[in-house]
Ligand binder design. Structure first.
Ligand SMILES: *[C@@H]1O[C@H](CO)[C@@H](O)[C@H](O)[C@H]1NC(C)=O
Ligand SMILES: *[C@@H]1O[C@H](CO)[C@@H](O)[C@H](O)[C@H]1NC(C)=O
Ligand SMILES: *[C@@H]1O[C@H](CO)[C@@H](O)[C@H](O)[C@H]1NC(C)=O
Ligand SMILES: *[C@@H]1O[C@H](CO)[C@@H](O)[C@H](O)[C@H]1NC(C)=O
Ligand SMILES: *[C@@H]1O[C@H](CO)[C@@H](O)[C@H](O)[C@H]1NC(C)=O
Length: 387
């Protein structure tokens, strides 16, 4: 069993009040609710159909007869949160044993090793792009730049880090300073990870939603989801207007199966997945609209929700919803061996989750195998090549 206080702290830099809210969040979970949704890949196929933009794009024929244009991202520009951050948070945020698998020491990744950004970079045969805070203007941005900060959201969160708007400002500055060219933007992949810090912040400040929700609370929650997704769409549109032509944005992964919220190491807290389910429906609609309105750009959704459910349902990681790092592994000053209760599991390869929120390198590797076909869509087909 992981320590609840540590678990809560891991979600964000939580205040005592917000910790209480999250505690309530967790208690509401009903035992015995399994992960029936995780079985089978049927849903994934549907998702892909739904995510290509709908409408006009129905004429796309995945895998058959259409001329591939061989898109190869020349650079990767990354925005978002800890699922994508490869080193922008201050060095004190993460300590040993983070990074124990790769590179062997804590280097700013919220994992024991490689994460989503690394696997996407590898997919394009490039090195992981440099973390924004690690560059100076003379250093090498040959593989792009990673602007993601662990803890970030589209709005300001409990963690004082640049939100996604500000992260895009950083890109714009580099373009204005000619560190990045507009040609770079057109030939690059933009990866946006937005996996729930806005909701964790919202829930932390709205404890009544978790303690004793009434209809108005639920309406407010739905409005919040809508507000977050609208802001994601604002950011996507801004990237398109800056010249981005290929964008991959994450769906919101399961919240109820994260160890921090799961009812037990083998049972999800499915009620919490109302957030990702509603979020992802709205996101798909927004992305479809943006794709229809911007014929030169293609946005795809990297469906973390379905992917995590699939991978966690395979039996490879058993028990599925248990973190490798157990005990009090977070503290005010960061993540890692924060006290003697924090211990490491024996086999990191058999744990999907590294801490109570973030996957292990093995977890991300398995997840990326499921995500890869979606990424292949953006590499092989563009509107330009079809119109
Ligand atoms: C800038 O980057 C170069 C090349 O990596 C390095 O030698 C130099 O020390 C850096 N300068 C600063 C101020 O960090
Ligand atoms: C993002 O952060 C900036 C700087 O703190 C702030 O001015 C802005 O309002 C934030 N944007 C959103 C959408 O929350
Ligand atoms: C980049 O330059 C444009 C045009 O001069 C300006 O409007 C914009 O504010 C600049 N962006 C940043 C982040 O400095
Ligand atoms: C789309 O790309 C074509 C060809 O590069 C260009 O002529 C056209 O202006 C672009 N349309 C928009 C809306 O940017
Ligand atoms: C976890 O560690 C932090 C920092 O050492 C400490 O403040 C906190 O009380 C610990 N929590 C528990 C439940 O032991």
């Amino acid at each position: 069993m992981h320590n609840l206080t540590a678990a809560l702290a891991a979600v964000a830099t939580l205040t005592p009040n917000s910790a209480a809210a999250n505690f309530a969040f967790r208690r509401k979970g009903r035992k015995g609710e399994g992960n029936e949704r995780a079985k089978g890949r049927g849903k994934m196929v549907d998702q892909q159909k739904g995510e290509d933009g709908g409408g006009e794009r129905k004429r796309w024929q995945w895998g058959g007869g259409v001329q591939a244009d061989g898109f190869q991202a020349t650079k990767l520009f990354v925005f978002g949160d800890s699922y994508a951050d490869t080193g922008n948070r201050e060095s004190t945020a993460i300590s040993w044993p983070y990074g124990i698998t790769t590179p062997g020491y804590p280097d700013g990744r919220f994992s024991d090793g490689l994460i989503l950004t690394d696997f996407v970079a590898e997919f394009y045969g490039m090195d992981t792009p440099v973390a924004y805070t690690k560059i100076n203007k003379t250093s090498d941005t040959r593989y792009g730049v990673n602007f993601a900060y662990g803890g970030a959201g589209v709005f300001d969160t409990l963690t004082p880090v640049p939100n996604i708007t500000t992260q895009i400002d950083f890109l714009e500055e580099l373009v204005n300073e000619s560190v990045i060219s507009t040609t770079d933007l057109e030939s690059s992949l933009f990866l946006i990870s937005c996996v729930g810090n806005d909701y964790l912040t919202y829930l932390a400040t709205q404890p009544e939603i978790l303690l004793n929700p009434d209809l108005q609370d639920l309406i407010n929650a739905l409005e919040e989801i809508s507000r977050v997704v609208d802001q994601i769409a604002v950011n996507l549109k801004r990237l398109i207007d800056l010249g981005a032509m290929k964008i991959a944005v994450t769906s919101l992964q399961t919240l109820g199966c994260l160890p921090v919220f799961a009812s037990s190491p083998s049972n999800c807290n499915n009620i919490l997945d109302v957030f990702p389910i509603v979020h992802n429906v709205l996101l798909r609609e927004k992305v479809a609209n943006l794709n229809n309105e911007n014929s030169n750009s293609t946005i795809i959704i990297l469906d973390l929700f379905t992917t995590f459910r699939i991978v966690l349902g395979t039996g490879t990681f058993d028990p599925p919803y248990q973190a490798c790092l157990r005990g009090n592994c977070t503290a005010a000053y960061g993540y890692g061996y924060t006290d003697q209760s924090c211990i490491l599991c024996d086999d990191r390869n058999s744990a999907f989750f590294w801490d109570v929120v973030h996957p292990t390198e093995a977890g991300w590797r398995a997840a990326f195998e499921v995500l890869k076909p979606t990424l292949e869509q953006i590499t092989s087909f563009t509107m330009k090549s079809i119109i």
